[in-house]
Structures are given as structure tokens and as C-alpha cells.
Design a binder for this molecule. Sequence first.
Ligand code: IPM
Ligand code: MG
Length: 387
Amino acid sequence: MNEQIQAAADKFAALVAQQLERVEKMKEDKDFIDYSKLNPIVIGVCGGDGIGPAITKEAQRILEFLLSDEVKRGKVAFRVIDGLTIENRVAANKAIPDDVLEELKQCHVILKGPTTTPQAGDPWPNIESANVAMRKALDLFANIRPVKVPEEGIDWTFFRENTEGSYVLGSSGVHVNDDLAFDFCVATTEGCERIARAAFDFAKKNGKTRVTAVTKANVVKTTDGKFLDICKEVAKDYPGIELDGWYIDIMTAKLIDKKRRTDFQVLVLPNLYGDILTDEAAEFQGGVGTAGSANLGKKYAMFEAIHGSAPRMVKEGRAKYADPCSIIRAAVMLLNHIGYSKESKLLERALDICMYEEKKLVITGREDGATGEAFADYVMETIQKLS
Ligand code: IPM
Ligand code: MG
């Protein structure tokens, strides 16, 4: 028994040391990258696996179309990275093979297709999710997920903490013995503060009057308690923006309460609650296939679709019918992030027209629907008409 306790304590000590090191690194990295000073801004296009390469290629074509002048004058360059497949990850027995990580680090921003996340029982070894690994490796601490349904008055922007909480040690839990297992949830002052500031800065910049912190601080007292306390501290620097605290259970209920849900504007949450609540929220606008997501750090940024890699579609020969809308939404956010807000708005408008208004082509994921390629062409034609 004592040996088991000692072995668990040793593992815990190693994790504490690793996290303290991460805290020091966070404290060192103070400044955000300035894209206007980069020549060129390197956009990495990483297809991932499953339907990822097929849909990502379409988003890339649209970006190249919108930024063609910028590419010509050397301000923007594209770099394709295609090694982030489940086969390569399994062969390297790593969430992100070293050579792929090096390639990713040569880029300033990354457009990423979905990657397959192995789970126990799959034919793959149970390696860590490539998403989670990339967020950690590039310190992409803010996962921003907008959800809009204008006709219902829904306009939410979620700021999900992306590098801590129940995720950061999600693959480092401890089986003490056959009867006892532990996972860990982590909160740091630096980590909570930077996500809270990101949410409040966004609120201030966009004329929002309310930021809602979602936790379970009444039960998960230490880490969620810290998250909420720090949100309250940060709120003091933003007069005119009200902070309200909600618990995750009632929040999931209130999102379906038509009378209350339109009150929410900007929501800030720890990692796991953010994961869950953003799937629920995206459902109101048509499902996770319609939502894009930005993963922002101080040095790097990654933009992705929030759905999975749909290996079944590939197996059944339907990859070309996969819906590229979510990754195109991610491209909208990428453009805005690197300073091309005009192009970003244009693409967003064109996509809204194609998806919700004109609907000349409809994607069903099957032969009776449009291909992703045809849909991307349709989006580009719509852009041409608008500009
Ligand atoms: C997401 C996804 C990922 C997550 C998975 C694929 C690991 O669900 O981006 O929300 O849990 O963060
Ligand atoms: Mg999720």
C-alpha cells in the first residue's frame, strides 16, 4: 500500500514540477505578435485527416483567391503541411510528430482541418488528441467560438480557456491501483487572467456590456474558484462592463430558455465547460458543422472547424461531398485576425448568402448534394458579385 501511495505521490510531484515550469514560461511570454510587421505572414494549411484535407483545400482556395494581391506583393505566403494524419501520428506514437510540429512552428497562423482523436477501444493506440497537443505546444490559450442566430437575437462569443483545466493533464492521470484512479484539473493565475482579459478586451472593443463567467465554483472550489475570483479582479479594470457568474449546469439549461438566452453576450469559461457548452450553442445555428473556431496565443494562432474528421465518409467515398462551411468560417476568423478585416467581412457575407439566403447549392454530405469544390466556387462567385 505504501509503495502505491509513494508511486502516485512521485507522479504527482513530477506533474507539479512540469506545471510550475509552464507558469514561468507564461510569465516570460508577454508580448503579442504584430502581423503588420511580418513579411510575409506565413499561413500554414494543415489538412489533418479523414475529410480534413478535402474541406481544408477548399478553404485554402478561397483564401488564395481573396489574398492573391497580397501573395503577389510578398505580404502573405501559404505553406501546406500534410503530415498530421492518424497514420503518421500512430507511427511516431506522438500526438504531433516532431517534424510536423517543426513545420507548424514555421508558420504564423494555421488553418487546420479536423484530426481523429483515438479513444480506448479504437484500433489506434490511445495517443493524445492532436488538437489538444497543438493548443498546448503553441500555447493557444484562447479558444474563441462565435455563435449567431440573428433572427432569434442570439449573438454569443465564447472565450474558452484552452490550455488548462481538465485538459492539460488529461493524458497524465494516475491509476494508483486497480481500485483507484485520479485525473487532475489545473488553474494558474496567469492562465485565468489572460483568458479573462481576452474576453473583456473583446467586449470593450465590440461595445458589449456584459461578460458571463461560467464555472462550477460552488463544488469545484479550488480551480473553478480561482477562475471566478480572477474574472472578478479583471472586471475591475473594465468599468461599464458587467460581470456575472453562472454555474455550468444552469447555464446549459438557460441556453434553451428563449427569454433568457438573448441576454448573454460574451461568455468566459474553463476548458471542459467551454468544450461542452460551445457544442450545445453551435446546435442553435445549425450544428457544429457550421461553426468555426479560433485558437489564439501570443505568438501563434490556429483556426479550425469544430467538427470531427468523419472517417466513415472517407471510407464510403464521400469525402468530396463533405461540408467545408465550418472550415471556411474558420478562414473568416483567420483573415480578421491577421488584419484583413475587409476580406473577412466579404467572405462572411458571401458565406451567409450561400448558406442561408440564396442557397443555390446545398450540401448534404451525399451524392444528391453539391461537392465541397462546387460550393467553394459558388462562394467565390458570390464574393465577385459583392465586390
Ligand atoms: C473541440 C473538440 C476537441 C476538444 C476534441 C477533438 C479533443 O471537441 O475542439 O471542441 O475536446 O477540445
Ligand atoms: Mg468539442
